[in-house]
Design a protein around this ligand. Structure first.
Ligand code: IMP
Length: 189
């Protein structure tokens, strides 16, 4: 994974597996600009609170929030991760809960990817106990074929095939989050 930050390599290797370019950073940024505009409209004068799911959503959150111009606040929750596996463990545990009070607030949950939907189901159930005024979900990526839970997704950056992806906050065994673009596992190799 050695390349100049200004380049977008077509192929990267992470933990000895080969990944190919799927969504370049410019394409991600264009989509985030559209979502940001939409959020501005929906939440005008509502001072929403964005709640990002760590670790994966930190880069998406940072870019999204800079495309939102209305007053807004943010906080983060940390759930258990995949570990070094490429398939979901099916188990969700909370490692860091909410600091912010969300009762009566308009909440926007910010996720990097909805795969099985178990993490999102867990978060939405947790949120409902705190009686927010409203909850909407924005996810950068969605794997519709993998999703088993019926979770409402209000904004989806990109719907993708059911394949393992890396970069732009998403990791493989904690590596690869720092890639500017999104890469997909190259199963031909
Ligand atoms: P879910 O609970 O199965 O929907 O999975 C949600 C979490 O799994 C996401 O927040 C990611 O951290 C991780 N995840 C799901 N798919 C991928 C992937 O293709 N690459 C890297 N991480 C993933």
């Amino acid at each position: 994974m050695h390349f100049a930050p200004s380049e977008t390599p077509e192929i990267v290797y992470c933990r000895n597996e080969r990944f190919r370019l799927m969504i370049p950073n410019e394409v991600i940024q264009r989509r985030i600009t559209e979502i940001g505009r939409d959020i501005d409209e929906v939440y005008k004068d509502k001072n929403p609170i964005f709640i990002g799911l760590l670790n994966g959503s930190f880069i998406f959150m940072a870019d999204l929030i800079r495309n939102v111009t209305i007053d807004c606040e943010m906080d983060f929750i940390k759930l258990s991760s995949y570990g070094a596996e490429k398939i979901s463990s099916g188990q969700v545990t909370e490692k860091k809960g909410l600091d912010a009070k969300i009762a009566g607030r308009h909440v926007v949950v910010v996720e990097d990817i909805v795969d099985t939907g178990l993490s999102m189901r867990y978060i939405l159930d947790q949120m409902s106990h705190h009686k927010p005024a409203s909850v909407k979900v924005v996810t950068l990526l969605h794997k519709p074929e993998a999703t088993r839970e019926n979770v409402p997704l209000d904004w989806v950056g990109f719907a993708i095939e059911n394949k393992f992806v890396l970069g732009y906050g998403l990791d493989y065994g904690q590596l690869g989050r720092n890639l500017a673009a999104i890469y997909v596992l190259d199963e031909e190799n």
